[in-house]
Design a protein around this ligand. Structure first.
Ligand code: GAR
Length: 200
């Protein structure tokens, strides 16, 4: 079984999509062994609980220095002994020590078609605000390996989504989730679990 650790910060709808696809058998031979949130109030932690999965909070606020937080995050991941780390709406810069430890074993979902609307400052709703401000007609989502840069790792999957007249950032965010994120993230995890995509 592919042991998956999922890192989250907020609502956890991508986490929910992974649980759903494991539970209905679309993702075979994989299980979520731990959910880590940097935010103790993240609804994603409630979702983990609802699926009888361990959810823990490791917050920078609970440490005096960033280095201490980084080490705690590394420890929290290592304890779970994952084969794959999934960043599902994890709005924290992943420290180098974590990237080194899990080289080519961390994937991220980003809510745009990389290399558009990505990098520093582009996360969550801000991505969709920028898409609407620029007036592009097509956006989407990307699943990629995580390397030392921000949103620079090898791309594994992308799916395009139309921008509609009158979209608000919230409406567009929901469409990108429904039509792209909740599909391509579980699909890539399934391909990793089956060995079709190699990691590590
Ligand atoms: C998702 O749209 C995800 O793509 C985005 O945050 C949202 C989390 O929603 N991630 C990033 O912007 C990473 N740069 P969720 O908690 O409901 O899955």
């Amino acid at each position: 079984m592919l042991r998956i650790a999922v890192c989250v910060s907020g609502g956890g709808t991508n986490l929910e999509a992974i649980f759903k696809n494991i539970e209905n058998g679309t993702i075979e031979n994989a299980g979520i062994v731990r959910v880590i949130s940097n935010n103790k109030n993240a609804y994603a932690l409630t979702r983990a609980d609802d699926h009888n999965t361990e959810g823990i909070c490791i917050s920078p606020k609970d440490f005096e220095t960033r280095d201490e937080f980084n080490e705690a995050l590394l420890r929290g991941l290592k304890e779970a002994d994952p084969d794959l780390v999934v960043l599902a709406g994890f709005l924290v810069n992943v420290p180098e020590c974590v990237i080194r430890e899990f080289k080519n074993r961390i994937i991220n979902i980003h809510p745009s078609l990389i290399p558009s609307f990505c990098g520093k400052g582009y996360y969550g709703l801000k991505v969709h605000e920028a898409v609407l401000a620029r007036g592009v007609k097509v956006t989407g989502a990307t699943v990629h390996f995580v390397d030392e840069g921000i949103d620079t790792g090898k791309i594994l999957a992308q799916k395009a989504v139309s921008v509609m007249d009158g979209d608000t950032p919230e409406v567009l965010q929901r469409r990108v989730m429904e039509q792209a994120e909740w599909i391509i993230l579980p699909d890539i995890i399934s391909k990793i679990a089956s060995g079709e995509i190699k990691i590590g």
